[in-house]
Ligand binder design. Structure first.
Ligand code: FMN
Length: 202
């Protein structure tokens, strides 16, 4: 089949998010200027540069108690910082719980029973036992086509790695099995790894 998005797909569910899949999940912690804590998952997320390391995530839609966006971006706009926590398979249910449309004064980590740590290079909370956390300083917010669609870019200024995930000098994903989002309500996790040499590599 072929369809132009503006004409509709004619299927019972939108296939778009099942096409660009699997997507890694940024479990983003932020802090409001009033000291409130926030945590929510974002799968329009990726790493985009090595030197200096940089990441991006996209926010779509808005909350009833926020001006044209969600709590995460609202806090980042105010403070200029955020932390990306990596989600392990074992935390899939609590991650999902933090995605609810909770009021802005709800501390999702506390609600879900997630222990909080403090970031080292930014004034922001983080998930204490996440396999990895990227402490980020906002570099830019880009408005996208359509209402309330925006991308935020951040420079990574500090990286936490959980000690048990470092095996033989490598950050070993098989130790925690990163969760990833597919389309619809489907998820997957990395349980199998294989190696390929690039052409010209010895
Ligand atoms: C696995 C998963 C991935 C999500 N990815 C995104 C995303 O990339 N962008 C987005 O705007 N919302 C995404 N959501 C929905 C947000 O998590 C949800 O709107 C949440 O309430 C936002 O919280 P906040 O207002 O505290 O930022 C995702 C939800 C789940 C469960």
């Amino acid at each position: 089949m072929f369809y132009r998005p503006e004409d509709g797909h004619g299927l019972p569910h939108n296939p778009f998010s099942a096409i660009v899949a699997p997507r890694p999940i940024a479990w983003i912690s932020t802090r409001g200027t009033d000291g409130s804590e926030n945590l929510a998952p974002y799968s329009f997320f990726n790493a985009v540069a090595y030197t200096p390391p940089q990441v991006m995530f996209a926010t779509t839609g808005k909350k009833h108690d926020r001006e044209g966006t969600k709590d995460t971006l609202a806090n980042i706009r105010d403070t200029g910082v955020f932390a990306v926590n990596i989600v392990e398979f074992a935390k899939r249910e609590v991650m999902n719980l933090t995605s609810g449309p909770w009021d802005k004064d709800v501390d999702e980590a506390e609600m879900a029973g997630i222990a909080r740590g403090e970031c080292d290079t930014i004034n922001c909370g983080r998930i204490a036992d996440a396999p990895a956390t990227l402490e980020c300083k906002l570099t830019q917010i880009v408005d996208l086509q359509g209402p309330n669609n925006r991308v935020a870019f951040g420079e990574v200024t500090g990286i936490h790695l959980r000690d048990d995930c470092i095996v033989d000098g490598r950050f070993d994903v098989t130790r925690f099995q990163p969760l990833a989002r597919l389309g619809y309500r489907d998820f997957t996790h990395v349980s199998e790894v294989f190696v390929m040499q690039r052409p010209g590599e010895t």
